[in-house]
Structure formats: structure tokens, C-alpha cells
Design a protein around this ligand. Structure first.
Ligand code: NDP
Length: 343
């Protein structure tokens, strides 16, 4: 990573590939581990870390001219730390994994940043699931909907960016909880997928009239909005929200790459309709406490075929800058992952 872009990141400039060497045979100081990185997670919040480091936010700004960090899955190839054994698969916890082929991780950083995961070969689930459906995006869907959405059977749930890493899980959990679920996405293929997942309604927000579609597909209004987009989409939803509705503000991706944030004109509805508008960050301790329960429950759902998960996987670390731009431009279909090497 070099320095913040003005709007969208520029491939080969904002993030570029560089070569360095690492001695895999050198003795490891006490507490350190050596990792072979297998999977890198490309997520929208990474754009927010590309900012002037003087500006504070929930996730630290990337340091200029340093290795990009994010969620990763790696294999411990050497360990001088009692918490990790050679052969362990580790999850580089929320934004603390290094985006490189091999990593020499120092003791205390290893302890804070990495957790051992079960070998997916034992349950047949793909390794990439640990940064997707079983990782930060899946947990965001689960905690966001259940804790902040306070769903009641029969209510209408509307989801934007619904085919994405988070949205597709929100919709499937919503159906399991007895909600009437409607989603929007940016292509006809994505809309088709939402219907296959059992959404009660789905539309392409780029080609359809959003207001007309919300009137048609949410005839009883919107009780819960899982917000990932912001801008004019939020404005449309506020027009269709029911009294005492809940807006789960997970993200606002339409605003991440612009110098001119959209001015939402009807925020007064938050007052007059008595809406709860809750922003949340999944990495907060109060939300991470659900991680263990979630991984157990969700692994079971996946093994029983109760939920499906769509991913876009690109091979090779050199494709990471493009993959990041793709997510911010909506070219990913489902969770965007970079496979560094096969396992
Ligand atoms: P996705 O897999 O959904 O990928 C992003 C998607 O956003 C794109 O595929 C695209 O889908 C859509 N999109 C991109 N630009 C726009 C735009 N200008 N207007 C409308 N839609 C756009 O990403 P995630 O599921 O990982 O993340 C979804 C949201 O949740 C993001 O806002 C992210 O920042 C947030 N998030 C927040 C967390 C938290 O702790 N609060 C944790 C995880 C994610 P389409 O083709 O449908 O337009």
C-alpha cells in the first residue's frame, strides 16, 4: 500500500506488488511464528483504512508504504510459540493478517492477531469460508440482524447489496427466522441468485425504478432495513419504512469512494416514524462475544445444507489490487477472496 487514493484506488499505484525475501530456515526468536498465507479476504472496509493516518476511525489507517493487512487464513510452517503448532491453520483476525506470501509474525502480535481454526479438511468446508461465511462477514450478518434488527416473524426485511458477502447470509437467516425478505443487487445474475436462495422478492437497483419496486415488493412497508449502501438508497428506504422500524447500519459503500457525499433529504422520518438507526462495528468486543456461538451454529447450517454461500475467488496474490477495486465497483459476485496458494 502506498498512499490514499482521491476516489477509487488505482490498481498498481495505490496497492502494488513488491518483492522481498524471507529466510524460512533462520531460527525463530521465542514467541514468533512463520506463516504461509493461503487465503486473503478483500473487503469494502479496507477503503476506509486508506486515509490520512491523522484521521481517527474504528480501524487504524494503513501506514504508507507498508504491507497491506486484512483478514487471512495461513498455515503455521514453523513455531516457537506454545499457542501455535506447525500445521495449524490460523485466522488472521479482523484486519490483522498480512497480505504477503509468507509472514514472520512476532510473538505478542501473533498472540493478539491469530486464532487457530479447525482444519476444514475434517469437515469438508472450503478454507475460504473462514474469511467469509464463517468469518467477519458472516458474523456481521448474524449479529447485525439478530441483535440490532430485533426481528419478529412475519416482518418485512429489506437488504441492499444483498448478494454480497454479508447480504446473502442476512437474507438466509432472515428466511429462517420467518421474515418476509426482499433484496436488491446490481445485476440480473445476482437477482436470480437471490431468488434461488428463497428471497420473497429481489430486483436490480441499476435497471429498475427503486421506489416502484419497493412499493411492489414490500406492500406492507419495511420493518427492518439491513443497510450496506447509503446515499440515495437510504433515502428511498426511509420513504418506505414503517413506524418503529429498525435500520441496521452495517455499511454505506456508495459513499466510500466519493469526495461528494450524498445528502439524504428525508432524515426527519427517523423522528416521525420513531425509527431505530443503529450503526455497529462487528470488531467491537460487545459483538465479537457472539463469534464462538456463531461459528458453531453456522458450521452446522453449512454442513446440513441449510445455507448456501457464493464466492468470487481469484488465484494469485498479484491479483489483489484488482480484486479490491472489483469489490468497490460491484464486480464481485458474493464474497471476494484471493487464493494465494492451494492447500
Ligand atoms: P459485498 O460482497 O457486498 O461487496 C460490495 C458490494 O457492494 C458490491 O458487490 C456491489 O454490489 C455493492 N456496491 C458497490 N458500490 C455500490 C454503490 N455505489 N451503490 C450500491 N451498491 C454498491 O461486500 P460485503 O458484504 O463484505 O460488505 C457489505 C457492506 O457491509 C459494506 O458496506 C461493508 O463496508 C459493510 N460491512 C460492515 C461491517 C461492520 O462491522 N459494520 C462488517 C462487514 C461489512 P451490487 O452489484 O449489488 O451493487
Amino acid at each position: 500500500y502506498t498512499k490514499p487514493p482521491t476516489e477509487f484506488p488505482v490498481v498498481g499505484e495505490t496497492v502494488k506488488i513488491s518483492k522481498s525475501t524471507i529466510d524460512l530456515d533462520a531460527p525463530l526468536p521465542e514467541g514468533d511464528i512463520l506463516l504461509k498465507n493461503l487465503v486473503l479476504s478483500v473487503d469494502p472496509y479496507m477503503r476506509g483504512r486508506m486515509r490520512d493516518p491523522a484521521i481517527d476511525s474504528y480501524a487504524p489507517a494503513f501506514e504508507y508504504d507498508s504491507v497491506l493487512t486484512g483478514d487471512t487464513v495461513g498455515l503455521v510452517i514453523k513455531s516457537n510459540n506454545p499457542k501455535f503448532s506447525q500445521g495449524d491453520l490460523v485466522y488472521g483476525r479482523t484486519s490483522l493478517g498480512y497480505f504477503e506470501e509468507y509472514s514472520h509474525v512476532k510473538g505478542s502480535y501473533a498472540d493478539e492477531s491469530y486464532v487457530v481454526r479447525n482444519d476444514p479438511k475434517t469437515n469438508g468446508l472450503p478454507l475460504s469460508y473462514y474469511v467469509g461465511v464463517l468469518g467477519m462477514p458472516g458474523l456481521s450478518a448474524y449479529v447485525g440482524l439478530k441483535k440490532y434488527g430485533r426481528p419478529k416473524s412475519g416482518e418485512t426485511l429489506y437488504i441492499s447489496a444483498a448478494s454480497g458477502a454479508v447480504g446473502q447470509i442476512v437474507g438466509q437467516i432472515g428466511k429462517a427466522l420467518g421474515l418476509y425478505v426482499v433484496g436488491s443487487a446490481g445485476s440480473d445474475d445476482k437477482v436470480e441468485y437471490l431468488k434461488e436462495l428463497g428471497f420473497d422478492g429481489a430486483f436490480n437497483y441499476k435497471t429498475e425504478n427503486i421506489d416502484a419496486k419497493l412499493t411492489e415488493l414490500c406492500p406492507k412497508g419495511i420493518d427492518i432495513y439491513f443497510e450496506s449502501v447509503g446515499g440515495s438508497m437510504l433515502e428511498h428506504v426511509l420513504n418506505h419504512a414503517n413506524n418503529f422500524g429498525r435500520i441496521i447500519a452495517c455499511g454505506m459503500i456508495s459513499q466510500y469512494n466519493t469526495q461528494n457525499p450524498y445528502g439524504v433529504r428525508n432524515l426527519l422520518y427517523i423522528v416521525t416514524k420513531r425509527l431505530a438507526f443503529d450503526g455497529f462495528i462487528i470488531m467491537d468486543k460487545e459483538n465479537m462475544v457472539y463469534e464462538e456461538e456463531f461459528i458453531k451454529t453456522c458450521t452446522q447450517w453449512l454442513l446440513e445444507g441449510k445455507i448456501k454461500y457464493r464466492e468470487t475467488i481469484v488465484d494469485g496474490i498479484e491479483n489483489t489490487p484488482q480484486a479490491l477495486l472489483d469489490v468497490l465497483k460491484g464486480r464481485n459476485f458474493g464474497k471476494q477472496v484471493v487464493q494465494v496458494t492451494s492447500f
